[in-house]
Design a protein around this ligand. Structure first.
Ligand SMILES: [Zn+2]
Length: 373
């Protein structure tokens, strides 16, 4: 079979050198690590830690928001949804409660890199991190970042990969709080902290609230991204992220298909969207995947991401596989995504160019190996 026709070989996808730009540290914690730390800390949980992780399922904001979307959003609970669900936000809070030291922070970063390397041949990983929780306040911002950096350094030495951190800006908080967060990042520059990214539930904070914080980040030369058009069926939020917040890339972005003018603009500008086929309310996955299909068909620059791979179990390899097998992306499209992800990374230009050349050469070799005799 020609590598450009039909389903893409699983071996090719597995060995494809990949770059992951949208993955949350807390959402990447292994279920086994959470269970170990939760037991160590004797956390008072409503169920076994393993059971909780198995039953995570995002709950939607007001279903009425989604009555008239271009791609229909399922309103009903699907058969695979657990009876009792723990939200991503609740589960994240428990994971954070189980973290007690700088060593714990280093460990979960290292494990996120190890999993990305072993499961998906990830060469470069950019990981979102949140505010230092109150019970770790003695570490301070600088101490916690240094703990994360140690995990990255270990992974760089052991696996030959590179990594950066993205400071998550919690949109459920105020614009002033976000400005203070960005000021902390700017006042404590660290070689491994490459940028900021607006996250959490989109209905809780419109992007325009964070204009000041993003302006400061831009002046400091930080990369800027934002979760957008994910929970709010508004293409306009993505325009606000681009024009007012100065984002260099967009996380999710499915609802840009609500507005053909926005679609045309982001296509023409080559705006990069990190898209996840798995990290959705389970009954919403068909909508997610249909949206990604529509984005690809419209010529938008999407790249796959694993988002919260510990809590909604997936890997970047699995995300590429879903793109091929369920969404119908071709070999040429997957190849373009892998290279686009390198280009959209926040590595310094010289390092990015080196990685680009390595990844391209490796994909060429893979293509030759998997080509028909
Ligand atoms: Zn995310």
């Amino acid at each position: 079979m020609s590598p450009t026709a039909g389903a893409v070989s699983a071996g090719w996808i597995e060995r494809l050198p990949k770059v992951e730009l949208h993955c949350h540290l807390i959402g990447a914690v292994r279920a086994t690590t959470f269970a170990e730390l939760a037991r160590r800390e004797k956390l008072d949980l409503p169920d076994d830690p393993e059971r909780i992780f198995a039953d995570i399922n995002s709950l939607p904001p007001d279903p009425a928001l989604y009555r008239n979307t271009v791609i229909p959003v399922p309103q009903e609970r699907s058969a695979d949804e657990p009876e009792v669900s723990y939200s991503l936000f609740q589960a994240s809070k428990w994971v954070i409660d189980a973290l007690r030291s700088a060593d714990d922070l280093t460990r979960i970063v290292y494990e996120a890199f190890e999993d990305a390397h072993r499961q998906s041949n990830v060469r470069h990983l950019e990981l979102f991190f949140d505010d230092v929780p109150e019970h770790l306040a003695s570490l301070g911002y600088a101490g916690s970042v240094e703990a994360y950096a140690e995990g990255i350094r270990m992974a760089e030495r052991e696996f030959g990969m590179t990594g950066r951190m993205i400071k998550g800006i919690d949109r459920s908080k105020s614009g002033e709080a976000a400005l203070a967060q960005v000021r902390e990042v700017v006042d404590n520059p660290h070689e491994y902290v490459a940028g900021i990214g607006l996250d959490n539930l989109e209905t809780a904070g419109p992007p325009e609230r964070f204009a000041e914080a993003y302006r400061l980040a831009g002046e400091a030369g930080l990369g800027r991204t934002a979760h957008s058009s994910e929970h709010v069926p508004s293409a306009q939020n993505t325009i606000t992220c681009l024009d007012l917040l100065g984002c260099d890339r967009i996380d999710h972005g499915y609802y840009v298909v609500e507005d053909p003018e926005v679609v045309a603009r982001v296509r023409d500008e080559g705006v990069v969207f990190t898209v996840g086929s798995t990290t959705s309310r389970r009954s919403w996955r068909p909508w997610r995947r249909a949206s990604i299909r529509a984005m690809i068909d419209a010529g938008l620059s999407v790249i796959p991401c694993s988002d919260d791979p510990g809590m909604f179990p997936t890997t970047l390899t699995n995300e590429y596989t879903i793109l091929s097998e369920q969404i119908g992306a071709t070999h040429a499209q997957l190849r373009a995504m892998a290279l686009r992800a390198v280009d959209a990374s926040w590595l310094p230009a010289a390092e990015r160019d080196t990685l680009r050349a390595e990844v391209e050469a490796e994909i060429d070799a893979l293509d030759a190996e998997f080509a028909p005799a």
